[in-house]
Design a protein around this ligand. Structure first.
Ligand code: 5GP
Ligand code: MN
Length: 325
């Protein structure tokens, strides 16, 4: 799961060159990395004359609708019988594709491009590097190796992917390479101020109200080393917000001084709780989530628990406690 080898990259490039009709798919509950990576890749493949479609991964958070190429995101077209190639980005396993998973067998081949430590290597070719700070870094490497000239639209997408998956270039996954890539994207002429306002300073009033309500549920466990907040369906109704509006809450409460693990519980529906974990220093939250068939990264992971909110809370706290030193 280390750096991509030229051999793997070249095999992928050869397959891409031989393919014409290409679908790009990614995980449900889309975020900056999977959208930016999918769109950067799609725009590049279009430049090479490929027929490309980005499969709709689910409702797009409003912060990201500005991304260049967003119109390439479409629902599956039923008149397509066979695809040459499926490229899956930023998805640790095929269940993360939600309903789009069922379309994989319509393709002759799959390329899997990802940086999750829990990746199941489900592709015919796997460009998986768990050391990459974002899938956007891997897309950058692939496009460079393919000799695709980066333009402002492609660079804007790659920048968004990397910035959002690294907590604005602050996580330990960030390397000098991450900054070198970012420097090159700036040289291409991206509008840094505009991108940053769009992705970080454009929250809706509804999501702000939800944020306040969620913080009011804050509970601390295990000598304040674990912080937990809950978002119920009732809170969404009261604030007119949606589950997409919860982004950032878990990272925010991780910022409390003594907190090592933060946990956000989202009630998707009665009896279905989406868990979002973050850690600061040493707990591998992908292992905590693996217990509930989820996964992700060492410092950010997720899973679903099919119980009511209070039961899910007790179950996840018990598992987190097992991983605290
Ligand atoms: P978030 O908490 O932002 O939803 O997700 C954090 C990280 O964990 C992301 O990289 C995301 O792809 C991954 N993740 C979230 N939920 C799941 C899940 O149910 N299964 C797996 N395998 N990964 C998840
Ligand atoms: Mn990612």
């Amino acid at each position: 799961m280390n750096n991509l080898t030229y051999k793997d990259l070249d095999e992928a490039i050869d397959l891409i060159r031989r393919s014409n009709r290409i679908y790009i798919a990614s995980h449900i509950n889309p975020d900056g990395d999977n959208l930016g990576s999918s769109l950067a890749l799609a725009l590049a493949l279009r430049k090479l004359g490929k027929e490309v479609l980005v499969l709709n991964p689910g409702s797009i958070p409003s912060d990201f609708v500005f991304l260049p190429g967003i119109d390439l995101i479409k629902d599956f077209e039923d008149d397509v019988d066979e695809l040459d190639l499926f490229i899956v980005v930023d998805s640790g396993d095929i269940d993360r594709l939600g309903p789009n998973k069922d379309l994989l067998d319509r393709s002759k081949a799959i390329i899997n491009i990802d940086h999750h430590i829990t990746n199941t290597q489900f592709g015919n070719i796997n460009l998986v590097d768990s050391k990459a700070a974002a899938t956007g870094e891997l897309i950058y490497q692939l496009l460079k190796r393919m000799d695709v000239k980066l333009d402002k639209d492609i660079a804007t997408n790659i920048y968004t992917a990397i910035s959002t998956d690294t907590g604005k270039f602050s996580y330990e996954s960030v390397t000098s390479r991450t900054h070198r890539i970012a420097a090159e994207l700036l040289d291409v002429g991206i509008d840094l101020k505009d991108i940053n306002i769009k992705i970080y300073e454009s929250y809706s009033l509804e999501s702000t109200k939800l944020f306040i309500k969620a913080l009011n549920t804050l509970k601390l466990y295990s000598d304040n080393r674990v912080a937990l907040v809950k978002v119920s369906q009732r809170m969404l109704k009261e604030t007119n917000a949606s589950l997409d509006d919860t982004d950032g809450i878990s990272s925010f409460i991780r910022g409390i001084g003594p907190v090592e693990v933060s946990c956000l519980l989202k009630e998707v529906e009665e009896g279905e709780i989406k868990v979002s974990l973050r850690s600061k220093n040493y707990v591998d939250v992908s292992k905590v989530c693996a217990k509930f068939n989820g996964g992700g990264h060492v410092r950010a992971a997720g899973c679903t628990i099919f119980e009511d909110l209070d039961t899910a809370e007790a179950m996840i706290i018990e598992e987190i406690n097992r991983h605290l030193r």
